[in-house]
Write a protein that binds this ligand. Structure first.
Ligand code: Z5A
Length: 203
């Protein structure tokens, strides 16, 4: 049983890494579960749609509460049962994203944001977190290459994404569970570095 989260700014390669780690674990005979935030449950997916919709004029605290409503549902409906059954769970984003985006990015009081996250996560903390780090220029060129239309968060200016990236670095300095991976390296190198960290810390 292990709870592993993957963090980073948009386009950093989180989903690519998650797929790579999933494949490596399955090849090793494990049965991991993969999920993501916001979303991962029917109710959470509906909240995700509101959260990303350009028409949603969300107040930053409403945004924070919405993300954490989705999280509370995911913890109760998916994460706790899977971990209780002894599975390895990989989650694309978790509490660190809220601290980085709503705390550092939006500028909300970080202690109050953390208190809301604590209610939603209900004591669940990752055993290991991969922070896939890329610069904002790389992030934006990857996102643009994928699609010309941006969601509500992608639409923020580069300074917002710089603050978010700085927030993830600050969290990595504070928490030993967070492993910083160079997301500018090749896909294969990022996956290999993650698997080395997994074997050293989780196995
Ligand atoms: N959000 C928030 O504000 N607060 C919260 O608490 C939470 C979330 C939980 C949706 O998240 C938004 O929610 C997100 C933060 C906010 N918005 N932003 N920004 P999401 O995780 O669903 O969406 P995302 O962050 O925008 O993910 P993404 O764009 O799908 O990026 P990714 O998963 O990190 O990247 P990827 O899809 O794996 O790769 C992107 C491209 O780069 C793709 O073409 C890959 O082939 C390529 N790639 C990947 N790795 C490499 C390497 N190593 N080299 C070269 N190219 C690569």
């Amino acid at each position: 049983m292990a709870f592993i989260t993957i963090e980073g700014i948009e386009g950093s390669g989180k989903t690519t890494l998650l797929d790579g780690v999933l494949g490596a674990l399955r090849a090793a005979g494990r049965d991991p579960l993969a999920t993501r935030e916001p979303g991962g449950t029917p109710a959470g997916d509906a909240m995700r749609a509101i959260f990303l919709d350009l028409e949603s004029a969300l107040n930053p605290w409403a945004e924070t509460l919405l993300l954490n409503a989705s999280r509370a549902q995911l913890v109760a409906e998916v994460l706790r049962p899977a971990l209780g059954a002894g599975r390895i769970v990989l989650c694309d984003r978790f509490v660190d994203s809220t601290i980085a985006y709503q705390g550092y990015g939006r500028g909300l009081d970080i202690e109050r944001v953390r208190q809301i996250c604590d209610i939603a996560s209900n004591g669940l903390t990752p055993d290991l977190t991969f922070f896939v780090d890329v610069c904002v220029t790389t992030s934006q060129s990857r996102v643009l290459a994928r699609s010309q239309t941006a969601d509500r968060i992608e639409n923020q200016d580069p300074a917002f994404h710089e603050r978010v990236r700085g927030g993830f670095h600050e969290l990595a300095r504070q928490h030993e569970r967070i492993v910083v991976l160079d997301g500018e390296a090749s896909v294969e190198a990022v996956i290999a570095a993650a698997m080395r960290a997994f074997e050293a810390r989780v196995r």
